[in-house]
Design a protein around this ligand. Structure first.
Ligand SMILES: [Zn+2]
Length: 95
């Protein structure tokens, strides 16, 4: 079967905050994909990467956020329900 894809836009309309969810219709697994922004020039990103490789953590983390739109809640719930149904059928009861 073909993968199912759902896109959810952020309340702020920023295209960088769009979340892409993919459901494997065979296994029921769901994964999300997010856009990774390039906020810094290349030399700062290189410095951040070196610190990351060396295991240093930023005290602020490397996060951004997406605020789901109220009108997307039913579609989001439906996506998770479909995933749960497939998982339940293939792996047994969910806790
Ligand atoms: Zn946003």
């Amino acid at each position: 079967m073909e993968m199912e894809t759902e896109y959810f836009e952020c309340q702020c309309d920023c295209s960088e905050h769009v979340l892409r969810f993919v459901i494997d219709p065979d296994s029921g697994d769901v994964w999300s994909e997010v856009y990774l922004n390039h906020w810094h020039p290349w030399y700062q990103r290189l410095w951040i990467a070196i610190k990351y490789v060396c295991g240093r953590k930023s005290r602020y983390g490397a996060f951004d956020c997406t605020m789901l739109r109220l009108e997307d809640y039913p579609r989001f719930n439906s996506m998770l329900d479909r995933s749960a149904a497939i998982l339940q059928a293939s792996r047994g009861a969910l806790k």
